[in-house]
Design a protein around this ligand. Structure first.
Ligand code: NI
Length: 173
């Protein structure tokens, strides 16, 4: 396994739409393992492949908190097939936007269909942090980042801060 560099905003790659995975093979499983290791090291609760520069529809999530055991999820070609009518406003962050947080409104609960590492179709019902995380990561696969839900003013503030951080530490990008 390997820890991969995470792309930081602003970066055009984060706006790219990711391609579906046609065959779940060893390459895909290795990519997911690397993504999970990268996410834990960051540390974070979710990561999409595009955040490590790979435009394939892969995400990893673990919303378990110590002292609970880790509960890693690896999802291939995930799609939201149902979402609740009620929504919730909660603070959100992103590993591609370090130290930036903002409140985003999203449906409270979702049902997601995906392929597991064996290529089997699975369905996952989620609410709370897991539902939020699934929506955030699936957005990444569409080239959408959480700041797009914010007002232009708030979004502009965050993007200017990110651009400034990048100018100060170009090697880290
Ligand atoms: Ni993110």
């Amino acid at each position: 396994m390997a820890i991969l560099p995470i792309i930081k905003a602003p970066d055009p790659r984060l706006k790219r739409r990711s391609e579906p995975v046609a065959v779940v093979d060893r390459d895909v499983r290795r990519q997911l393992a690397d993504m999970l290791e990268t996410m834990y090291a960051a540390p974070g609760v979710g990561l999409s492949a595009i955040q490590v520069g790979v435009a394939r529809r892969l995400i990893v999530i673990d919303v378990a908190k110590a002292p609970d055991a880790p509960a890693p999820l690896k999802l291939i070609n995930p799609e939201i097939i149902e979402q609740s009518g009620d929504t919730i406003l909660t603070e959100e962050g992103c590993l591609s936007f370090p130290e930036q947080f903002a409140e985003v409104t999203r449906p409270t609960a979702v049902v997601v269909r995906y392929l597991d590492e064996q290529g089997e179709i699975r369905t996952l019902r989620a609410d709370g942090l897991l539902a939020r995380c699934l929506q955030h990561e699936i957005d990444h696969l569409e080239g959408k980042v959480f700041v797009e839900y914010l007002s232009p003013l708030k979004r502009g503030m965050i993007l200017r801060k990110m651009a400034k951080v990048k100018r100060l530490a170009p090697a880290e990008a």
